[in-house]
Design a protein around this ligand. Structure first.
Ligand SMILES: *Cc1c(COP(=O)(O)O)cnc(C)c1O
Length: 479
């Protein structure tokens, strides 16, 4: 090893074995799995070595300091990557936070089939093998008023399967105004091209006429594709043909009209005071041959892609080998079936499905809960904090109803000693992480997406984080 101050410092770093023998780390190994403690020791030593090499530290690492870092690192490593959080963002269908939370009946069904063997592909009446989606296919067809139905892994998969089945090696016509990006810089046209169809773009971003579609039809055309503007809105000088006109055009030329609906509400949301979204049954009634939509957006179920429409088209999709690669697992199927069953009894629907319950929650209820939380927090947090209740707007999210702003009630937090960004960081590092948002320099805790059963946990955690004597500070970052 070279000589010089850096080499000297590097030589002062203890070995993995020696640090593992430090009394406080031996204690840590009593409560945590050994692999986690060993990984934490290795990570901390590697980071220390790097910091010295890059000249970021100028003195030898203290054993106590290293042990403390190992403790923090080990606690981060001991937590599951995917775990519970409190969604205080006010975004109801939050893709990064798991979109929809499930109805109680769906959760019970997941547990049951996870714990036991199940009738996944077994017909208990006939005693024969059957399709794993048979029940779902019938349920979703019934709810959407279609001839047949099918379910795959998500809506992107549904679209992939539809185009691969109906337009492989052929052309699909789509408006330039409907070639959308759906988040995570995931562009639908890229997914569609992977189906093996050639996308033929027509019209312009803001205006596409029926004649544009008509002029693009050739011997090679198989599909006319319509994509719902679920995550953006276009207003002003815009034009596009109605679904009925597109269906007539398609059918007049022996083509299939496929519609990617995106969020796919199965109830009329205007009955809950939100603007009406097109429903799969509307598309079917207007003549669409195949309609695809997500299971975990406005439907409020698990991640899935649902397909409804003409039997002739859907039967081919079920026989496509890709269907095997895109198939759903038993836990999702159980949750999806229970969720769809709830739609057959619409009277209590908003109460049974959390996504709908949050969307329909009256402002008065939210004000009451935010008010109570603020009253609890204000005296505990003391003078260094300004705790208030404010009006704000929640969002539907998940690329659904981009223009629907939902009036909501929030607890707003400001602190003399912390920036809003610091408060957000500290809330996120609570034992059950609280994910909030910043509006004009204040932290907003939006009660629309906090579950009522979480209110007490939320106020307790905020109190502990800021007023419990010590603010929880992690030096490291998870992941
Ligand atoms: C959300 C969305 C998708 C993707 O659905 P996933 O279920 O997330 O795969 C596709 N198209 C549109 C229009 C969407 O809104």
């Amino acid at each position: 090893m070279a000589n010089g101050p850096k080499a000297e410092l590097l030589r002062a770093i203890p070995s993995v074995e020696r640090l593992l023998g430090d009394p406080s780390i031996v204690g840590l190994a009593d409560s945590l799995p050994r692999w986690i403690v060993v990984d934490a020791v290795r990570d901390v030593l590697a980071e220390t070595r790097q910091a010295i090499t890059e000249g970021r530290v100028a003195k030898a690492p203290e054993p106590d300091d290293l042990a403390k870092q190992v403790g923090v690192k080990a606690r981060i490593l001991s937590q599951r990557g995917i775990r519970r959080v409190i969604n205080a963002t006010g975004v109801v269908i939050h893709t990064n936070l798991g979109r929809s939370i499930l109805a109680e009946a769906a959760i019970a069904a997941v547990k049951e089939v996870a714990r036991s063997y199940s009738s996944l592909e077994f017909d208990l009446v006939e005693g024969t093998r059957t399709s794993r989606t048979a029940t779902i296919d019938a349920l979703v067809s019934r709810v959407a008023g279609s001839e047949d139905g099918f379910a795959v892994n998500n809506n992107a998969a549904a679209l992939l399967l539809a185009l691969n089945t109906l337009a492989f090696g052929k052309q699909s016509i789509v408006s330039r105004g409907e070639l959308v990006e759906i988040g995570g810089s995931f562009r639908l046209p890229d997914v569609m091209e992977k189906s093996g169809t050639e996308l033929v773009e027509v019209g312009t971003t803001n205006r596409t006429r029926l004649e544009d579609y008509e002029a693009a039809i050739t011997q090679a055309t198989a599909v006319i594709l319509k994509v719902h503007h679920s995550n953006f809105a276009m207003t002003g000088y815009v034009e596009s043909p109605s679904r009925r006109e597109l269906a007539d055009l398609a059918h007049g030329h022996g083509l299939v009209l496929v519609e990617d609906l995106g969020s796919g509400a199965l109830v009329d949301l205007s009955t809950m005071g939100i603007s009406r979204e097109p429903m799969p049954e509307d598309c079917i009634a207007d003549g669409a041959d195949v309609v695809t939509f997500s299971g975990d957006k406005l439907l409020g179920g698990p991640q899935a892609g649902l397909i409804v429409g003409k039997r002739s088209a859907i039967e081919k999709m079920k026989l496509n080998p890709l269907a095997r690669a895109l198939r759903l697992d038993k836990m999702t199927l159980a949750a999806l079936e229970e969720t769809l069953r709830l739609y057959l009894e619409p009277a209590n629907l908003p109460q049974m499905i959390p996504t709908l319950r949050m969307l329909a929650c009256p402002l008065g209820d939210l004000e009451h809960r935010a008010g109570r939380a603020a009253e609890t927090l204000a005296p505990k947090l003391g003078k260094a904090f300004k705790v208030g209740v404010a009006r704000s707007t929640s969002q539907v999210g998940g690329g659904s109803l981009p223009l629907a702003d939902l009036e909501t009630s929030v607890v707003s937090l400001e602190a003399s000693e912390h920036s809003a960004d610091e408060i957000i960081d500290i809330l996120r590092r609570c034992e059950v992480p609280i994910i909030a948002r910043i509006v004009e320099g204040r932290v907003y805790i939006d009660f629309r997406t906090v579950q009522p059963s979480e209110d007490d946990l939320l106020t307790r955690q905020v109190t502990t984080a800021f007023a419990g004597g010590g603010i929880i500070r992690w030096e490291g970052r998870p992941g």
